[in-house]
Design a protein around this ligand. Sequence first.
Ligand code: SAM
Length: 328
Amino acid sequence: MDTTLVDSFGRRVEYLRLSLTDRCDLRCFYCMPKGFSDYESPAEWLSPDELERMVRTFARLGVRRVRLTGGEPLLRPDLVEIARRISSLHGIEDLSLSTNGVRLAKLAPQLRSAGVARLNVSLDSLHPDRFREITGGGQLERVLEGLRAAQSSGYEPIKINMVVLRDVNHEEVEDMVSFCLDNNFTLRFIEAMPVGSTGRSATSHYVDLAEVEAQLAKRYRLVPAIVKGGGPARYVQVAGTPLRIGFITPISQHFCDTCNRVRLGVDGTLYLCLGDQYSIAMGSLLRSGASDSDLHETLLQAIAMKPERHTFSETPDKVVRFMSQTGG
Ligand code: SAM
């Protein structure tokens, strides 16, 4: 029996992004529509037992890294238990988490003790009013408080994710560099993607990150760098400082040829590509009494369906689900 997940293009999948909820306590305008509440019912959410079983199956097939995401994973009441169970699984070497940081102040130490080693925090603005506008009511101070708690809990690294949007937060790029330098965070800039109707409408604010890099290169000497993690960012370091800056460029320079990941939605739906509608209902299979070898075989067959690349530029209308539903 095959023991690793290798797709039709020879790419080995060793990274799983696990959505623990499709709910979020922010409403970033490019991600989820205002007033949206058509969520999966909690009865459909994979339970800690089911999550553990799914991740164990992935681990047997060579998955080594797991990222907990959503929606906002910190909304999940059993998050600490889930983290503890996944980080203890044989074969899982790296457990990380993506969060908006709003509820991090309280949870940062517990999650660190439960085995979450690395943290990504979304932060699109350092101005309270603008932050509130982008996020549909979020309080910047709560995120900053969460980041301070994360620093004292010993996460390494802490990465700040900023979606750069023209006429929204574009002018804050250099301020964000200073903020990350001052706080010893890693910074990642992200290009807006046409995921769901919200993502599509935000592409009118799209910024090609080559422009951001050129802007920063006028002020800083940037040298190529490597950063721990399974992600797609291309990194530079600000010479003479510890600051590393990543550019995530799904639109201007896609990185599909090195894609090593799949995503599992809150109900166990397996998505093979962020930019594709095709999915496999692993959750239903699990709940229909499937054996471990059924799950194993289904994953091996599913991986053959992973598309070669997304087609965000050619067919921007393709993905109708929101980022929060896929596990962004
Ligand atoms: N709530 C968590 C967080 O804030 O990081 C995890 C889920 S959130 C969907 C993950 C990331 O996706 C965030 O950094 C968010 O900014 C990004 N995102 C959402 N919609 C996007 C879009 N249309 N284009 C680019 N990035 C997007």
